[in-house]
Design a protein around this ligand. Sequence first.
Ligand code: NAD
Length: 331
Amino acid sequence: MKKIAFFDTKPYDVEWFDRYKKQYDFEIQYFEAKLGVSTSVMARGCDAVVAFVNDEMNAETIDSLADCGVTAIGLRCAGFNNVDLKHAEGKLKVYRVPAYSPNAVAEHAMALLLCINRKVHRAYNRVREYNFSLKGLTGFDLKGKTVGVVGTGKIGKAFVDICKGFGMKILAYDPYPSDLPGVDYVELEELLRGSHIIALHCPLTLQNYHMINKNTLRIMKDGVYIINTSRGALIDAEALLDAIKTEKVAGAGLDVYEEESDFFFEDVSDTVVNDDVLKLLLSTPNILITSHQAFLTEEALQAIAEITLQNLKNHFDGNKSENEVLFKPKE
Ligand code: NAD
């Protein structure tokens, strides 16, 4: 029976993976710790690890896992920016779940936009205090507004479909454009200049680190809204805060944050949060932060468990898998 070390375990992981592991001949050891250099030895004697978005699979971790006898990393997520793929070559195979529910993430992106635009988060708190004033709660109609979608892969396409339902005009930027009716592909700069709302749906790569920075913010429309459900490091958070202060940015909905790994997914309510940028983001009423929950639907959790386990089964059976992540020099 193959043994799997499962890192950064949450209760919903155990529920769904235990349900599906019965179909495979796997023993799963669940660890609450995140995977990193210091915890990698916990995988000793295991054949594979299952890891998530904030586990750190740098060169040292990969070497340590390989020394422990691990032959595969099964990422239970789509993104793989936290794995040193070049270093993993020839040592470990890396698999991911390229799509579990693009709709889950796209729908959450729209939830963030609707909430931040119509100030639902503020209204919720206000009426609970019997404050029924509407002052400061004015939003705008989405119909007829231009949304700039950066990255039109699976999630970007689902988001485009939702935006079409709202009657929005759609600009898109993607180095590999698709043939999407009703979508105008433009260069990134034109998208940034011409959009009332900018939604990030691209992966984080070496090339687009901090793609939203003080220079790109400067060229955007005054009062732009920014939605990020992709990866935190696509946005320079300090530059975003400055742009909120000058009202260049009227609102931001963020499901991800560059320094999220110390906090997101955890209850740190009884500790002092040692991150001044995060504190400022959280205390700014026109920024809405969720804790990397865009994927969190029943449909997505089911697909994540099934596909992750199937990826590892294919690996152990020696079958080729289209979900294997290979190092490409430009990523
Ligand atoms: P995908 O691979 O289907 O699509 C990504 C698209 O981005 C592709 O079309 C690609 O050509 C394009 N792209 C690559 N580099 C780009 C760049 N510099 N500028 C613009 N476009 C670029 O991926 P997906 O399933 O749509 O997921 C997108 C991202 O969403 C993932 O990489 C991940 O970071 C994030 N994600 C977040 C959550 C969450 O819970 N918040 C869940 C799943 C995925």
